[in-house]
Design a protein around this ligand. Structure first.
Ligand code: ADP
Length: 400
């Protein structure tokens, strides 16, 4: 059983072909700068990387390139496209239209068209990606897997905004969250690793990457998450402001002559770590700058860790305690200083880090970094969103 996982961006297409018997990656890579000059195709298989500068005018060409390479006599990993049993497509926003991973049908694609403006940069790209795959593999089952999916178990009092209820009913304005596949994966991995039934655990999952979100997971189900109607909310991120008083945004917009749409671009692309530090959105650059005495880089990092800690505290309250805290994604898996600062002074909650284990934490594998006398387990778990998408695809397309 082999599943192709596709993650389409407006000018990119990432892919992985996964062998579901062993859950191992047979080949993966990406097409970059689709429809822009100097497009690039990257293909990794058999422990080798092939990189080709080639014209990729559209997503159809990108999918064809991927399939040609996967079935190539020398570099390929399958003998024909027929060996691909299903295709899983990552979709950023679902609105309330899709609460589960959903089989691609003409009707589902019609609904996808209707909710395009929920994620104007991402959802249209997913539609293009699905259509490009359908053009090449019309008979292969395809499944839409939504970043929001894991969060639909939140109770109404957690997902509602205190706005006029009619606007919720009319426009479905509410908290949807994001990174759902990642939160689901690491929560399940944590339970498996600890040899516990996930039903019995209270877990706080911290997905800290370019975009960061924190989720409270009770008995395997999300009960709250830090991102909101869009991935702009929650902790401050690489270039996103995170939570902000709307009146402050309106004040800046008025003073700087920005439209609402300018303001959204500003909050999404020019704020967060980049905006505060003036140095970079990348935590590696921020650490170097902070160590060299740059006080705004120090401030940005302190703000990130303080806000992460506040969410952990809030979710410990929402969960009525916490058994496990998980760190994942680019920052969560690699930045020991962020982990340490985010968990500082939480002994009263039973959270105690082992400073040495935290620093020595190996990369690419599950690690336990709490002190021996910590009541709460603290785990670093590499995320694998593609594997979750492949698993969901198998289950929804009845391929198991
Ligand atoms: P995305 O949200 O794009 O999937 P990732 O989860 O890959 O993001 O995280 C990317 C971020 O992780 C980078 O911007 C960088 O800030 C951070 N990061 C990656 N490696 C390290 C590292 N070794 N130390 C600290 N931060 C890192």
């Amino acid at each position: 059983m082999k599943i192709l996982v596709i993650n389409s961006g407006s000018s990119s297409l990432k892919y992985q072909l996964i062998d579901m018997e062993t859950e191992s990656v047979l080949a993966k890579g990406l097409c970059e700068r689709i429809g822009i000059a100097n497009s690039n195709f990257v293909y990794k298989a058999h422990g080798m990387t092939i990189e080709q500068q080639t014209d990729i005018p559209d997503h159809n060409t990108a999918v064809k390139l991927v399939l040609d390479k996967l079935t190539d006599k020398e570099a390929g990993v399958i003998s024909s496209m027929k060996e691909i049993d299903g295709v899983g497509h990552r979709v950023v926003a679902s609105g309330e239209a899709f609460k589960q991973p959903t089989l691609v049908t003409p009707q589902a694609m019609e609904t996808m068209e209707q909710i395009k403006d929920l994620a104007p940069l991402h959802n249209p790209a997913a539609i293009v990606g699905v259509n490009a795959c359908l053009a090449q593999m019309p008979d292969t089952p395809m499944v839409l897997v939504f970043d929001t999916g894991f969060h639909f178990t939140m109770p109404d009092y957690a997902y509602m905004y205190a706005i006029n209820y009619q606007h919720y009913q009319k426009y479905k304005i509410r908290r949807y969250g994001a990174h759902g596949t990642s939160h689901k994966f690491v929560a399940q991995e944590a339970a498996k690793y600890l040899g516990k039934n996930i039903e019995d655990l209270k877990i706080i999952t911290c997905h800290l990457g370019n975009g960061s979100s924190i989720t409270a997971v009770k008995g395997g189900k999300c009960i709250d998450t830090s991102m909101g109607f869009t991935p702009l909310a929650g902790v401050p991120m690489g270039t996103r402001s995170g939570d902000i008083d709307f009146a402050a945004a309106e004040y800046i917009a008025k003073k700087e002559g920005m439209s609402i749409s300018d303001m959204l671009t500003y909050l999404n692309k020019q704020c967060g770590m980049l905006g505060v530090s003036g140095v970079s959105s990348d935590f590696r650059d921020l650490s170097v700058a902070s160590d060299a005495g740059n006080d705004r880089a120090r401030l940005a990092l302190d703000m990130f860790c303080y806000n992460t800690k506040k969410y952990i505290g809030a979710y410990a309250a929402a969960l009525n305690g916490v058994d496990v805290i998980v760190f994942t994604a680019g920052i969560g898996e690699n930045d020991s200083r962020v982990r340490e600062a985010s968990l500082k002074d939480m002994e009263y909650l039973g959270v105690k880090l082992d400073a040495q284990k935290n620093v020595d934490c190996p990369r690419g594998t599950i690690a336990e970094i709490q002190a021996d006398d910590s009541k709460v387990k603290i785990l670093v778990i590499p995320t694998n969103e593609e594997l979750v998408i492949a698993r969901e695809t198998m289950s929804v397309a009845n391929l198991a």
